[in-house]
Design a protein around this ligand. Structure first.
Ligand SMILES: [Cu+2]
Length: 312
């Protein structure tokens, strides 16, 4: 690779980013909410992430007695920040047992909800994050016929965690409207908090450099542009992941409010994605947010994390 070629590619990259920024200024869509893709092949090389849970017998909730898991406390937030355990007649209940979180969503009729509409190819997106915003995990649990979901988490460090269920009900008064419900869970033991890394425009993961540009304001719709590079070169072989080329979630420092940043474009058939990805951002609160960008190359899932400061 000659220096000239590298420079030219960087110039093209900058031009592409500028063009996207302009396009974003006009963005007002609902993003990818409610999109209903055929399931994409989701083979993951990252243990504990994006792994399908195993089926459990419907009576599996017995036998939880004496376990270390705790029934989480409900959040008090009533807004769409993902901190409430109950919203619109739907309620999350869950129990952490070791590294396995089993949960149900109770619908407005008082029964366990068993009907869901896929969003970004999955009926249930599950997240676990430690109260210091370290230890992010994102899984797609499996539901047994009685509506019990099982999320097999990777190792959890001692401390306070919050477990989020993100889904679109397929039945009840709220059918078709996305919900994020959460509860806390405590993992026994002592482990010091991890200080939140300082806000930064870029970070690295598995040799990839991820750069985020954009200056979202609290509560206002805006755009975030993510650029993926490797060894100084733009990456253009991103593989589809959950129907798009990257998945971006954010958690607010302090209260762990949740936000899913919707991609502006779906993944195309037989075409690699990157290096630039545009997201529709609407972060409800000012302050520091921890962003987790997940993308796939060569069959492997990568997770990049960085801190973004959102102005009031
Ligand atoms: Cu997901």
């Amino acid at each position: 690779m000659t220096r000239t070629t590298t420079t030219r590619r960087r110039t093209l990259l900058a031009a592409a980013a500028a063009a996207l920024s302009l396009a974003l200024a006009a963005c007002g869509s609902d993003g990818m909410d409610g999109m209903d893709h055929a399931a994409s092949p989701t083979v993951s090389a990252a243990p504990g992430h994006d792994t399908a849970g195993t089926s459990h017998d419907p009576d599996g909730m017995d036998g939880m007695d004496g376990m270390e898991g705790m029934n989480g406390t409900a959040g008090t937030g009533g807004s769409a920040d993902g901190l409430a355990a109950e919203r619109g007649g739907y309620r999350l209940d869950g129990t952490l047992s070791g590294t396995e979180y089993r949960f149900t969503v109770t619908g407005p009729d008082g029964g366990a909800l068993t009907s869901y509409r896929p969003e970004q190819t999955e009926e249930m997106h599950f997240y676990a994050i430690r109260s210091d915003l370290s230890g992010f995990q994102h899984l797609h649990p499996v539901m047994s016929p009685d509506g019990t979901w099982t999320a097999p988490l990777a190792a959890l460090r001692p401390g306070d965690w919050r477990m989020y269920a993100s889904f679109v009900p397929g039945a009840g008064a709220g059918a078709g409207t996305g919900l994020v419900l959460s509860r806390t869970a405590t993992v026994p033991g002592q482990d010091a908090p991890v200080p939140l890394p300082a806000a930064a425009a870029s970070t690295t993961a598995d040799g990839y450099t991820v750069t985020v540009s954009g200056a979202p304001k609290a509560g206002a719709p805006g755009g975030l542009t993510v650029t993926v590079g490797k060894d100084g070169q733009p990456v253009t072989d991103l593989e589809p992941y959950l129907g798009t080329y990257a998945h971006l979630t954010a958690f607010h420092a302090g209260d762990q409010a949740f936000a899913h940043l919707h991609p502006e474009a779906e993944a195309a058939e037989n075409a690699g994605g990157g290096p630039t990805l545009a997201f529709h951002a609407e972060l409800p609160q000012a302050g520091d947010w921890r962003l987790f960008l997940q993308f796939r190359t060569g069959g492997a899932l990568h997770t990049a994390a960085l801190t973004l400061n959102v102005a009031a």
